[in-house]
Design a protein around this ligand. Sequence first.
Ligand SMILES: Cc1cc2nc3c(=O)[nH]c(=O)nc-3n(C[C@H](O)[C@H](O)[C@H](O)COP(=O)(O)OP(=O)(O)OC[C@H]3O[C@@H](n4cnc5c(N)ncnc54)[C@H](O)[C@@H]3O)c2cc1C
Length: 315
Amino acid sequence: MDNTKHYDVIVLGAGPAGLTAGIYLSRARLKTLIVSEGVAGGQMVLTHEIANYPGVESISGYQLANIMKKQAKSFGCEIRSNISIARIELKGSIKSVELSGGEVFTSDAVLLTSGGRSRTIGANGEDLFKGKGISYCATCDGDFFTDKRIYVVGGGNSALEEAVSLTKYASKVTIIHQFDHFQAFEHAIDEARKNPKIDFIMESSVVSFNGDEKLESIDIKNLTTGKTERHLTDGVFVFIGYVPNTEFVKDMVETNQWGEIVVKPDMSTSLAGVFAAGDSIAKRYRQVTTAVGDGTVAALAASAYINELKKESRD
Ligand SMILES: Cc1cc2nc3c(=O)[nH]c(=O)nc-3n(C[C@H](O)[C@H](O)[C@H](O)COP(=O)(O)OP(=O)(O)OC[C@H]3O[C@@H](n4cnc5c(N)ncnc54)[C@H](O)[C@@H]3O)c2cc1C
């Protein structure tokens, strides 16, 4: 028995980009399915408080995710989250997605909204204190560390620029970097060096995050002497890179050297009928608002693509 179900559009990923696309596509009366390997809401659900989403003064990421999910469903969008995907086929006019359980879905267009994840240090306690003192986003969380003494881990442009931006809030920012030099533009290094609130611990790395309910201290190991010291702190920001969740499509659509999906201004990819949006695409700023904006553009472009297909089949 053929258990294939056909949709106008399948959206892969249920973060803010995918859920927004689901709202727009379903409202445009397109039969839409969102399939997500993770929980609906994506990285939003890791966020204790979102204070920079316009129109909502402050909301937990979990709540915002639930509202977006409810809104998409209210227009008829189907959502399958926490699902393992066995195989996808994006070439050709009919795309297909096969779940590990054997169910197969086909569609005329696919939106890739699988987001990404910050690179982690892998130190003891890091998983435990994520969102409880450890942050990977200065724009999102800087404000929570007003007048606190904090640490920034990393030595590239993001680490140095974000360290400077964090001095707007924190009383002191210490940059911890594993080498004796930075891998950043000269102007970013100069800015950080001349900021009186910033100091540096070089050739060192964080080996342990410690605390009870929330982060209280970190152990920093000097990589040349091997000596480890404990430093009391309320907050550590980690900027050691970003990994887009695009491994599953890297041989199917064009990606850049960092694995980010290359898109045109209408969010179309190198494959006809395949669009991408949110943190998985090549872009500089990764926020809920930018993901929502990309999701809107991708959904509108996918709608136009489907309408064109329907028109051609009528003519
Ligand atoms: C701790 C933290 C705090 C943050 N705080 C803020 C904030 O305060 N304000 C703000 O604007 N931004 C914040 N951000 C950033 C914001 O959450 C992201 O920019 C945004 O969620 C990206 O949305 P997205 O839809 O592109 O991807 P994501 O939110 O990453 O969602 C992608 C979804 O796709 C799923 N997926 C992954 N691979 C696959 C696959 N192969 N197939 C199908 N599904 C897949 C994932 O499981 C996930 O559910 C924060 C991020 C973090 C980590």
